[in-house]
Each structure stands twice: as C-alpha cells, then as structure tokens.
Design a protein around this ligand. Structure first.
Ligand SMILES: [Ca+2]
Ligand SMILES: [Ca+2]
Ligand SMILES: [Ca+2]
Length: 197
C-alpha cells in the first residue's frame, strides 16, 4: 500500500516536468529481495538515440530529503546500467555484474517494501523520470519479497505508472542485462503485454 502523499508528490513532479521523451527509463526493480536485509537495485536503460551524459544526475525515492543515489559517466543508446543499494551485498550476490554506477554513499538507498517511488533528476535538478510502484494488485505481487524482480514489459509503454506495464521477473532478476525485446512494441512486447492485461 502507499500513502496518499506519495501520489500527490509524484503527480506534482509529473505535472511540473516536460519529460524528454523518456530518454532514461527504469527497466527492472529489486525493491524487496528474498534476503532478510534486502539486496536492492534498479536497472536503467538509455531509451534514446543519443549518448547521455549522466554527470550530476541522481535518483531519489518518495522522500526528496533523502541522500540521493548519484549517477555518473555516460550511457550509450540501448545501454543498461545498475544503480545498486549497498555495494558490498550487491557485489557479493551478483559477482558477475560489473556495469553498475559506483555508489557515492554507503549504506545506500533502499525502497519501501510496501511500494515506493523512483524519481530521477538531471544535473539541473529537473525531473526526467517518475514512477510510483506498489506491492499489491494490480501490481505483480510475485516481486514482493519471494525472490523475483519487478520487470518492465515494454520500453514503449505509454505510462510507466500503469501496473499493466510490469510483470514478475526471474528469481534474483537480471541486473545489468536487458532481457526484454525493445524497439517495436507491436511486434514484440505488445503481444506479451496483452497476455497480462
Ligand atoms: Ca526494500
Ligand atoms: Ca510488501
Ligand atoms: Ca535486467
């Protein structure tokens, strides 16, 4: 469940922002992993046709007063990269994953296990992405602490806040590896997505 204030805040962000055509989007979320202490991360995807300079960009949850998770470097078109919660536990669980942003503060971010927000801001502190997700139906409840991630079905989703855009990923997820087919929703994700509606 989520608080009404979460929604109000996100709506304010959305209303005040002219998003740059969803250039940078979230493709997978591990907000409540199976461990007693969550090993959390989100996967970002450069949905644009240009290399993005993420210097000064950052990620926040519903509390804009929290210390943000800083992004850095660049992302090429189609590249994916992981924002990790706590570096030590992430690298221990996923030793093969190397395409993550170096964390600037530890312990890092964590998302509420009862639903939360993911807000991404650019170097000018302008919101470029805002998502409210939940752990109750119609959101996929299989991503809520039993192992699997929360997985985006389509990069062409018209509204990422629509639960129908998301499904249950595999156990432990696939951080840093894009498993979705992108580029033509009509011929790929659109068909899969229809099954979940
Ligand atoms: Ca959590
Ligand atoms: Ca929960
Ligand atoms: Ca993935």
């Amino acid at each position: 469940m989520r608080k009404a204030t979460f929604l109000a805040l996100a709506l304010t962000l959305v209303a005040g922002a002219a998003f740059a055509a969803n250039e940078l989007i979230v493709t997978e979320i591990m907000y409540n992993s199976i461990e007693a202490t969550d090993v959390e991360w989100i996967e970002l995807y450069n949905n644009s046709s240009a290399t993005l300079d993420l210097t000064g960009w950052y990620v926040l949850d519903d509390d804009l007063g929290h210390t943000p998770a800083a992004l850095s470097g660049t992302m090429a078109p189609g590249e994916v990269k992981v924002v990790v919660g706590t570096m030590a536990t992430f690298t221990a669980k996923y030793p093969a994953v190397t395409n993550y942003f170096p964390a600037t503060f530890q312990p890092g971010f964590s998302f509420n296990n009862s639903g939360d927000q993911i807000n991404i801001f650019d170097a000018a502190a302008q919101p470029v992405y805002a998502l409210i997700f939940d752990d109750t139906a119609p959101w996929p409840t299989g991503a809520d602490g039993s192992g699997p991630s929360l997985l985006l079905l389509s990069n062409n989703c018209a509204n990422f806040n629509d639960a129908a855009c998301w499904t249950v990923g595999i156990t432990d997820g696939t951080p840093g590896v894009l498993t979705q087919t992108v580029g033509n929703e009509d011929l790929s994700w659109g068909l899969v997505k229809g099954l979940y509606r």
